[in-house]
Write a protein that binds this ligand. Structure first.
Ligand code: BES
Ligand code: MN
Length: 525
């Protein structure tokens, strides 16, 4: 072990710089043209945006063309704006309405609009408001989108998100979006307030996942990630067990211990739980989510090339998603038993680091031979899954920035997921489809299993380069015991983004949190 003298190891439980508060959201029945704001953003269906032409029924665009002296119909014609999906129209109002800028977003055919389309629209509007340094935004919804109010709220908060807390002076944003008014053409539904609260709680969970993912690795090391989970649990009234390094060793999480042994920042293991009061009635489902929490992945002794290594600060995004999900569960307290588990370690090379050809036992009892220290995620997950399965979940879901191979297969916006039963697959597919997060099922090809055979140990943890995402999934499957419904989600591509798109932010995205919470909601009663 290298000398620790002179190295300031921060004490546990320290807090990160505070982020600005999320914008407040109001819902009103109103005509946007009469509203005061910095930016007004309107959604319109294909065929509904005819500028000056009179259409039956109220639309959010009503009155704008006249107020703007015909400029809206002129621009609509000039730009051939028809309200097609992803078409936008943006104009300065020059003081003719009580907002500086009007933006109209096409949603496409009303019959085909999905929850994801609506969330993306609201996020784009919030991002545009940020770009305009707006403090107040009005979002006008056409009739028919009231049912998607929660997605609009989520979109606003997720689109407004920026990771700016480490910026000072001139680099700090000049303005923060403080208030957003959503206008409806018809009456405000009675449950609107609850819907807004739920949307904000869900967005706050995704944002917590993003913040954790974006924290620099010198600030967010295993113990700090555990402390962040603990602080969240205390705030939300969830149970939180933290196993420090001693406990990790005592319990025999040998693979987790091995991965972290080259770092001064020792591995930690966290178990968050939400168990509703009358648990045990027999009908309530028990869902267990597991995340990979590598706070920095240098590759270890099998060190990564310098280019792109910095991206590996996001290698704890699976764990961040678990914390974000549990924050939502803690806020909304659904009548479902939900557990959130993660293993956290830093993968570093040093004199104490583990090496290729080492053999370790596992919590499960199986022995594993190491052949590449950069394939560390599956090892800490092996111990985490072996722990998680003892809770006897109805559904066990793990998520991890696991393999570059998955990004090669599906690109960097799509999660690749695997399921060991058609029932788990159907549930997971329905949740993903419902939220609109991009996810694609991958096959657990049995013929690749031979790749995990080792001469000296029960298992080898990596296979060939080809099918690398599949062999990683097959390795994980070795540790789920007799769990009937298991899903493994490889989020290596979409967990981080080099630019904002849809409702995803640049940097850590919190991708998969929405789908995980939908799984929880869909298993209610
Ligand atoms: N953290 C990486 C996977 C990753 C790659 C995440 C790209 C996000 C973007 C993981 O720990 C890793 O290093 N995987 C190796 C496995 C290989 C050595 C078998 C990989 O994918 O190259
Ligand atoms: Mn790695």
């Amino acid at each position: 072990m290298v000398a620790t003298k002179g190295l300031a190891l921060r004490s546990p439980g320290h807090t990160f710089p505070k982020a600005p508060p999320m914008p407040k959201i109001l819902v009103r029945s109103a005509q946007p043209v009469k509203e005061t704001a910095d930016v007004i953003a309107l959604a319109t269906f294909q065929g509904a945006a005819q500028g000056g032409k009179k259409k039956p029924g109220r639309t959010p665009l009503d009155g704008f063309d006249r107020a703007l002296g015909g400029a809206l119909s002129k621009l609509t014609k000039k730009e051939d704006f028809r309200g097609k999906k992803d078409q936008t129209l943006s104009l300065q109002t020059l003081g003719k309405v009580k907002a500086d800028r009007l933006i109209v977003y096409g949603l496409g055919d009303a019959a085909n609009v999905t929850e994801g389309d609506v969330r993306a629209f609201a996020a784009k509007a919030a991002r545009a408001a940020n770009a305009e340094k707006a403090k107040r935004l009005v979002i006008g919804l056409p009739a028919g989108l009231e049912d998607h109010l929660r997605a609009v709220v989520e979109g606003i908060e997720l689109g407004a998100y920026r990771f700016t807390k480490y910026l000072t002076g001139d680099r700090k944003p000049k303005a923060e979006l403080a208030q957003v008014t959503i206008t409806l053409t018809g009456d405000v539904p009675r449950e609107a307030k609850r819907t807004v609260d739920a949307g904000q709680a869900i967005a706050a969970g995704v944002i917590l996942a993003r913040d954790l993912s974006n924290e620099p690795p010198n600030e967010l090391y295993p113990e700090a990630l555990a402390a962040a989970a603990k602080a969240m649990a205390a705030e939300k009234g969830l149970k939180c067990q933290v196993f420090d390094f001693k406990e990790v060793q005592k319990r025999g999480m040998k693979l987790l211990e091995a991965v972290g042994q080259g770092s001064l920042r020792k591995p930690h293991f966290v178990h968050l739980s939400h168990v509703p009061a009358s648990a045990g009635s027999g009908t309530r489902k028990r869902l267990v989510f597991v995340g990979k929490g590598i706070t920095f992945d240098s590759g270890g002794i099998s060190i990564k090339p310098a280019a792109g290594m910095g991206e590996m600060k996001h290698d704890m995004s699976g764990a961040a998603n678990v914390v974000g999900l549990m924050a939502i569960v803690g806020a909304l307290k659904p009548d479902v038993e939900v557990h959130g588990i993660f293993a956290a370690a830093e993968n570093m090379p040093d004199g104490a680091a583990y090496r290729p050809r080492d053999i370790f036992g596992t919590l499960d009892g199986k022995t594993v031979a190491i052949n590449n220290t950069d394939a560390q995620g599956r090892r800490i997950l092996a111990d985490a899954l072996a722990y998680a399965r003892t809770l006897q979940p109805d559904l066990l879901v793990d998520n991890a920035t696991l393999t570059g191979a998955c990004v090669v297969a599906l690109g960097n916006t799509c999660t690749g997921w695997y399921a060991n039963s058609e029932s788990a697959a159907a549930d997971f597919a329905a949740a993903a489809k419902g939220t609109g997060e991009t996810m694609w099922r991958m096959p657990l090809l049995e013929e690749l299993k031979d790749q995990l055979k080792s001469d000296c140990a029960d298992l080898k943890h990596t296979g060939d380069r080809w099918g690398g995402s599949i062999s990683a999934a097959l390795f994980l499957r070795e540790f789920i015991g007799d769990t009937k419904n298991w899903v493994h989600a490889d989020i290596a591509g979409p967990a981080m983004a080099d630019r904002a798109s849809g409702w995803a932010s640049k940097g850590g995205t919190g991708h998969a949190v929405l789908t995980f919470f939908r799984l929880v909601e869909n298993s209610l009663g």
